[in-house]
Design a protein around this ligand. Sequence first.
Ligand SMILES: Nc1ncnc2c1ncn2[C@@H]1O[C@H](COP(=O)(O)OP(=O)(O)OP(=O)(O)O)[C@@H](O)[C@H]1O
Length: 209
Amino acid sequence: MIDIENLVVRRGEESVLRGLTAHVPEGTTVRVAGPNGSGKSTLLHVIAGLLTPDSGRVTVAGRPPADPAVRAVRGFVQEPPPLYEHLTAQEQLGLVAGVWGLRAENLRERAASLGLDDRFDVLVGELSLGQRKKLGYLCATAHEPRLVLLDEPFNGLDAAAERAVRDDLVRWRAEGRTLIVVSHSEGPLTDLVDTSLTLGAAKSAGADA
Ligand SMILES: Nc1ncnc2c1ncn2[C@@H]1O[C@H](COP(=O)(O)OP(=O)(O)OP(=O)(O)O)[C@@H](O)[C@H]1O
């Protein structure tokens, strides 16, 4: 599903990823770990096609990550979630449903399991951090993609929402979807992870690779 060869990414003065090579077969759940600043989010941004590497080769389902055909098979749960502040939660979900040709009502059940269904008429800009997180998660995964990238999906969630997200991951994994999860904490991922990818600390320019 994902092939990474000699991936190099520099950000500012820092060399963040230095020749990373990895192969993620379809249906695998990978936990990405490593210290703060080691490039976990950077790696997800590259796989999501939002950041162009300095060198190396990355393909998703055999295509470059930014290829429009890859968009439909991939969902990216970002931290912080990109949302329209001036829309209500329902309008934001409606936009996403429109993009993927989904019925917004079908997302209500998942919203309820996250405890978000009573916040539908509230402006995104007036949601709490945890509520925004839930809405961002729903938007990013509404189309139930074959590849789900998740950046710290459990941070800031209450216990019920954490269970709901974990239940999704269990189901998606059983369905053979590929999950790449950045998580400092192993706890919520117990029994879910097939393999771990641990990144090292970033180095300033000029340091050894
Ligand atoms: N937009 C940016 N511009 C410049 N440098 C950046 C940018 N985003 C991240 N970086 C730098 O890249 C390095 C890796 O950041 P990244 O967010 O990928 O790390 P991380 O492993 O996800 O960290 P954390 O565990 O704190 O979330 C950091 O040193 C950071 O300062």
